[in-house]
Design a protein around this ligand. Structure first.
Ligand code: SF4
Length: 363
């Protein structure tokens, strides 16, 4: 184990299993000793999760990229009349799933989409229900806190009523996107047309109280301060203390290509990505799983991130589009045997799981 004299007090807290404070988190973001940070995060990961790394044989379905929100960091959302705008029919969505079902190990669908200006909540619901009717054994994870807030707004239903209907149509877990940075200052600047920080948290809280698990995320590397990153993590930690309903936390580095914000902001460095991953593991002491999302990090950085606190590497995906619109250089899908090799090379044990982290196969 590395030691660091300057951060000895924090190191002692970590080794004693004590909770880190806001000030500790901010200091860690100024730490230049990346090897020590990684060793600390890896120590906590090993103690908490052992050597298993989760992955999911899954398929992403993005029903539409037409979106009323038009967030400044997003390269996926479009106006209806822009080139490349699309909205799937039920049959087109099912065709994507039918194609993905050629893989006999496919275990889950991940469904996230734009906030379409004319679709009703029933339109989204029907697609979900039809997919569930045709593929009843497929785990359905989908819709972010942003989408669910939108459904509530356009339907006049409460968040709880929206979730009840989604669960009735087969939904088994909620996606973690849309959290961005949970700060009104940042949301007013970058994405004023969608769920506020409090609304995003309220969706997660309501879902957890209904027994529906959700994921959490942080989009970093844009206009946020390091203090705001820490405050974001603390908001998630506080809610997890309250409900215990978050399954995994995902660090999303901002990808600038083809975004409005990207005209002035550069992509994060690998150093920042690994540091943020490690600090997330250390601050989120009540989260079991921390995900290294290979699509955004790239496969090599995601593999290294397994030594910086991560124990989850997402999935095969089938065909990723949202982040490739923003210039992601990773592949749009990975084969299952490639994911297994990536995990094994890192000295860990690959385990295929469903969207609720139930292990289906272990290697
Ligand atoms: S991030 Fe989501 S809500 Fe924002 S523009 Fe993109 S698709 Fe729409």
């Amino acid at each position: 184990m590395f030691t660091n004299e300057e951060y000895k007090d924090i190191e002692n807290k970590i080794l004693n299993g004590e909770r880190l404070s806001r000030e500790d988190g901010i200091r860690l973001f100024h730490c230049k000793d990346i090897a020590w940070l990684g060793a600390m995060a890896d120590y906590v990961r090993k103690k908490k999760c052992g050597d298993i790394v989760y992955y999911n044989v899954n398929c992403h379905v993005n029903l539409t990229n037409i979106c009323t929100s038009r967030c400044k960091f997003c390269a996926f959302g479009r106006d209806e009349d822009m080139p490349g705008a699309y909205a799937m029919t039920v049959e087109q969505a099912k065709d994507v799933v039918r194609d993905a079902m050629k893989d006999p190990n496919l275990a889950g669908l991940h469904v996230v989409s734009g906030l379409h200006p004319t679709w009703s909540f029933d339109d989204y619901l029907k697609i979900l229900q039809d997919i569930h009717d045709e593929f009843p054994n497929l785990y359905l994870k989908g819709f972010t806190g942003v989408e669910i807030t939108h459904f509530s707004k356009i339907s006049g239903l409460s968040i709880k009523e929206v979730l009840e209907k989604l669960m009735g149509a087969g939904l088994q877990a909620i996606a973690g996107g849309g959290a961005e940075i949970l700060s009104d200052r940042i949301r007013n600047e970058l994405c004023p047309n969608k769920a506020t920080a409090d609304q995003w948290l309220e969706v997660a809280r309501t879902a957890h109280l209904m027994g529906l698990k959700t994921n959490a995320s942080m989009l970093y590397g844009h206009i946020e301060t390091l203090e705001e990153r820490v405050d974001h993590l603390l908001k998630l930690r506080d809610l997890q203390d309250e409900t215990g309903g978050f399954q995994t936390f995902i660090c999303f580095p901002f990808l600038p290509k083809n975004t409005e914000l990207g005209k002035t902001i550069k992509q994060t460095s690998m150093w920042d990505d690994l540091r943020t991953m490690a600090i997330s593991r250390l601050m989120l002491d009540n989260f079991q799983n921390i995900k290294a999302y290979w699509v955004m990090l790239t496969v090599p950085v995601a593999q290294v991130a397994l030594g910086f606190g991560a124990n989850d590497i997402d999935g095969t995906i089938h065909k990723e589009t949202i982040l490739h619109d923003a210039g992601a250089t990773s592949p749009t899908a990975l084969r299952e045997d490639t994911i297994i090799d990536i995990i094994r090379e890192a000295g860990r044990i690959p385990a295929a799981c469903d969207c609720n982290f139930n292990i289906l196969r272990k290697f």
